[in-house]
Design a protein around this ligand. Structure first.
Ligand SMILES: Nc1ncnc2c1ncn2[C@@H]1O[C@H](COP(=O)(O)OP(=O)(O)O)[C@@H](O)[C@H]1O
Ligand SMILES: [Mg+2]
Length: 503
């Protein structure tokens, strides 16, 4: 007896249709899976067998061969349990094959026949919709899959439930599409919590407005982490497409909370400095997205930047430049998106108190130089805005006058982004993403401004790259003011954001 069931596997953030063919023939009991399965897939047979028996069905004591096609796609994980079980039950005449063929089926089975959530359900829902198929998923993945407009998603809790549903003996309503318009932003961390530090708040506003990477330099406790965490709250809301793409990455990584739907907040990821390259850019036998992809459309915060291993920072250059990472392994080569804003923080010196008015720094000039030298020039060149964050003075901390709220700042950022969207019409996402031709076209300087930049470049010995950074940031500052032309005060503010070039 031969049966066929559709399921899906994800490669990167895209899902592919997989056909599960099951042949049951006479002979000694035997159960084999072919078609490039990994160990978790091979072990599936024990779960399938137990789940079928414990759900009260008979498990055939014959030769069972499971083929997962196409064979060239590596199959991994536990998503194939349910389709394989359904396939076996079709071959045994328990499940109606004609109903099952309209579905893409995925789910992990427990030994007792209950169904556990899987990774990547959102991507599979996109595939199901595009192929005009219905989707049968673990109940815990239902909301996530139902985000996809036009997808018909059914969530189920157990194998018997799936069997009854497919046989028409149990009515299950499709999961209601999740409304996302009303989704609220995180309210508990607002920029108005930050006392003083007006120039840092200004710098982060400029960074948000132009999508510029930023580095904060200041002693411990000066509020660098606190300020960085408030960046997602002043960035424009994600579009539905951005939200879906970010959710896909989190879904494939298995990081969506059970029952969660769309990721509507821009992500804020802050990996520890002991992270490996694979953890940062993605990896593993079947590569999983790394932090740069989990931060897609959001913020990647690297605290204590000089503590990160040097090669880890080197591998970040490609995703920073291209907005995506390509990972090649023996079996697969795939790409994950990685459009993120980098925010980094560091102490001014190893002890942390260089330039502090209260505590004395104990580092030698050589130590300071070595500490800063740990960040490579090329990486530093990709950071548009450097900003010093001094220890906050007590008077500022105690002043009750609250600063501006994230909402007010975000309104200005939104406006500046609208100006950019109208200017670039999709060619570039923001000022920070301008290529050299766009810089030439949109960052023209008056004579006075040009002279100002030239003097600065000469005096500070800036690289050509740093020069371009200044132009881009000046463009953003002008956009925040709604100015068409870049003026001298825009340029001079942009020059101030090259602190580290000055040393
Ligand atoms: N400007 C500030 N306004 C209000 N609280 C602050 C400020 N700076 C620091 N703090 C307080 O100090 C704590 C430590 O700040 P943090 O952001 O972790 O500093 P850093 O990352 O620079 O070491 C914060 O959680 C906050 O409570
Ligand atoms: Mg910190």
């Amino acid at each position: 007896m031969l049966s066929k069931v559709f399921t899906s596997a994800t490669l990167g953030i895209d899902a592919y249709l997989i056909e599960v063919e099951i042949d049951i023939s006479k002979g000694l009991p035997y159960f084999a899976t072919v078609g490039l399965p990994d160990n978790a897939v091979k072990e599936s047979k024990d779960r399938v067998k137990a789940a079928i028996k414990n759900s009260g069905y008979e498990f055939p004591a014959r030769r069972i061969t499971v083929n997962l096609a196409p064979a060239h796609i590596k199959k991994e994980g536990t998503t194939f349990d349910l389709p394989v079980a359904v396939g076996v039950l079709i071959a045994e005449g328990v499940v109606d094959e004609s109903a099952a063929k309209d579905f893409i089926i995925l789910g992990e089975l427990s030994l007792d026949g209950s169904i556990k959530p899987v990774r990547g359900a959102l991507s599979v829902a996109v595939l199901a919709r595009d192929l005009g198929k219905k989707l049968l998923v673990p109940a815990a993945n239902g909301r996530e899959a139902a985000i996809v407009e036009g997808a018909e998603v059914y969530g189920i809790e157990s194998l018997p439930e799936a069997v009854e549903f497919l046989n028409g003996g149990r009515a299950i309503e499709p999961v209601a599409p999740v409304r996302t318009e009303g989704a609220r932003r995180d309210q508990h961390s607002d920029l108005s919590d930050v006392m003083g530090q007006a120039h840092v708040k200004r710098a982060i506003e400029v960074a948000a407005a132009g999508g510029h990477n930023m580095l904060m330099i200041g002693p411990p406790g000066s509020g660098k982490t606190m300020i960085a965490m408030r960046l997602p709250g002043i960035l424009p809301d994600m579009s539905i497409d951005e939200a879906i793409e970010t959710t896909k990455v989190h879904s494939v990584a298995g990081l969506l909370d059970s029952g969660a739907a769309l990721v509507v907040e821009r992500p804020f990821r802050s990996p520890h400095h002991t992270i490996s390259d694979a953890g940062l850019i993605g990896g593993g036998k079947v590569p999983r997205p790394g932090e740069v992809s989990l931060a897609h459309n959001g913020v990647l915060f690297l605290d204590e930047l000089p503590e990160f291993r040097r090669n880890v920072l080197e591998v970040m250059r490609q995703p920073l430049e291209d907005g995506k990472v390509s990972i090649s392994r023996a079996l697969v080569s795939l790409t994950y998106p990685s459009e993120f804003m980098l925010v980094a923080a560091m102490n001014p010196c190893p002890c942390g108190f260089l330039g502090d008015s209260q505590k004395e720094c104990v580092c030698t000039p050589l130590q300071v130089r070595q500490y800063r030298g740990r960040i490579s020039g090329p990486l530093l060149d990709r950071i548009d805005i450097h900003c010093e964050v001094p220890a906050v003075r007590y008077r500022e901390m105690a002043a009750d006058g609250k600063g501006e709220s994230s909402r007010d700042v975000k309104a200005r950022v939104d406006n500046a982004r609208k100006v950019q969207a109208a200017r670039f019409k999709g060619i570039a996402a923001s000022n920070s993403r301008m290529g050299s031709r766009l810089v030439k076209r949109h960052c023209e300087l008056s004579k006075d401004s040009a002279r100002l930049v030239e003097t600065a470049v000469e005096r500070l010995g800036l690289s050509a790259r740093a020069y371009t950074r200044i132009l881009k940031v000046a463009r953003t500052i002008a956009d925040l003011e709604g100015e068409e032309g870049i003026q001298t005060h825009h340029v001079s503010e942009a020059i101030q954001y090259r602190t580290l070039d000055r040393q």
